[in-house]
Design a protein. Sequence first.
Lengths: 378, 210
Amino acid sequence: MNLKVVKNLSFALFFLYFFLVSIKLLEKGIKTLGAEYTDQLFESVSNPFAGLLVGILCTVLVQSSSVTTSTIVGLVGSGVLSLEYAIPMVMGANIGTTVTNTLVSFGHIRREQEFKRAFAASTMHDFFNVIVVIILFPLDLITGFITKMAEDGTEFLLATGFTATKPDSPIKNAIKWGSNNILDGLNAVPFIGNLNENSYRVYAVILIIIAIGCIFLSLRNVVKNMKSLMLNQIEMGLDKALAKGGGLFAILIGILITFSVQSSSITTSILVPIVGSGILSIENAFPITLGANIGTTITAVLASFAVDNSAGLTIALHHVLFNAIGVAIIYPIQFIRNIPVNLAKSLAVVTAKRRYVAILYVLVTFLLLPLLGVVIFN
Amino acid sequence: MSKNSLDNIDAKLTEMLTNSTRVFDISMNALLGDTNLDSVRDDLYDTDKAINELHREVRREMIIHSAVNSRSLDIPLLLSYMTMSKDIERIGDYCKNLFEIAETGNTFVKGEDLDSYIELRNDIGKLIVYLQSCIALDDESKVQDLITLGSSISTDIDKRITALLENKEKIQYPVATTLFFRYLKRIVSHIVNAATALIMPTDRIDYLDE
């Protein structure tokens, strides 16, 4: 093991710990704010459609579904955001995260054929997530079957004594120790200490802002260090996926790459230039993208280790199940599998000829429609 | 930048050169020996196809490497790989051209200059192997030696071609011999160009004499 590997691994582990501590800080900040105030704050997402659109918008703004879903886990864990409101927001995060690789495809805009392939490779992820939301969102809203499965999963994990989920687990204790020390450090700052005593709401808001900033910073550094650590493995994995030409193996590669770097955007953004250059077909890149969709859910599961309320684990498991069921619905039958791929290809034909359509597509899908929807549903 | 994936490209370039040695030997033996052409034709074309496939694999490796390492990319290195793989791939093509000379019934087996041709074959064969070791060792002085040696062989071939064009030599197959030297010169040039890619600045690759 060389020095660089040790450095990257140490930093990744440190920032992973810091990430969990940040979730705990968020939980504390929310609790300090008080139930009365937080109820008002989350009233805007009481409509599930508004929640879905807020999820999209937040993820587009921070360019990371992991930040959004982890924050949601923190909110659910603190008890201020109910599962009912959180579920659509997580679904929205799934859609919002696809904007990153769509923006990456713009790097190929100078060459028509290349851009056509690259844009299709990026938007098939959009279409997949939108189709899955169209199918599963109302179904889960009406029957609650994924929620029930997630609750059963939580109960099962708690019953089996899965260490990280126990209130007095060493992981939870270590996280509490870290967050308490940070809080003590913050309170030692005279200005913040005074706020804590005299104006608890301002203090809570500062705490929440610091916590979200820390979540963002720590996740970014986990991704950066893990990517650096896993570069060779990612290349080898993609080489193998290329050789096998898709299928379940490619889904597994997508899961493993995303799991190891903690970011689906990294995986899907890597695919865009590879498909753009024409060495990987859109059809064969599709299962890797689906794998990335499943792999990204691990971050929320990790975040749930930091919160006391078991609902945090439930929302994380809901995210895992939602994405896995989506793949199970879309991928096995070729006719269904081809729908998002063909939709992406058709859109790419139009955008390659009229490139302003690509810009319009991003603005309308990821900003205008969600904003408009939030206004309408509120 | 990840080392292993680049090592993989190096390995593929080395394999391309191993195959180039094979097609070079087959085609030169067809011209300078008593080889039954039918017995080696498939081997020659299959080996050339393998070189072409390795060339494509190198390109694919480079795309994947670029996609994964987009923020810490050694662009000059990738450009040199691109030009090296192209030069090595061309060796196989010229060897096929040499074989085609033999297929049209031309042979130098009974010619007076056979010994000097065999010597030339040995020198160029060694040059290909030398390029392989240059890629493996990353030793600038070795690459300089290769470039010097290749340039000297190239100058020698040029003199022979000029002599042929000026009708100074009486030979049995003048057209075939001219083409033979011409193709050998191209092979040597591609070996030298591939070597320049190992040490020269990107803008000067292939332009040794300027």
